[in-house]
Design a protein. Structure first.
Length: 93
């Protein structure tokens, strides 16, 4: 299976069964890049990091609501069938 890294554009060949990286092909770097281009890349990286952080923050904000809904559903399910005792995972051996 071939996977392209979205960050550094490296092409990885991964064994699907084990998840081991079999080979990698890194993109060629532009040796003629100027200092100004490098600074532009660094500044755009800050914007990408901020965007990724805000997306992760939004997911964690919604996580509380999702967990509360799951808990309420489990409580409702347990209340609707009080005769069924939950299985103890240690008794499954």
């Amino acid at each position: 299976m071939q996977v392209d890294c979205p960050c550094c554009k490296t092409k990885l060949v991964v064994d699907a069964a084990t998840g081991t990286i079999l080979s990698e092909e890194r993109p060629k770097t532009d040796l003629t890049a100027t200092f100004e281009q490098a600074m532009t890349d660094v500044k755009s990286g800050a914007a990408r990091r901020e965007d990724a952080f805000s997306k992760a923050f939004d997911r964690t904000k919604n996580l509380d609501d999702l967990l509360q809904k799951k808990f309420d559903e489990a409580r409702r399910k347990a209340a609707s069938d009080p005769d069924t005792k939950p299985k103890n995972p240690l008794d499954l051996d």
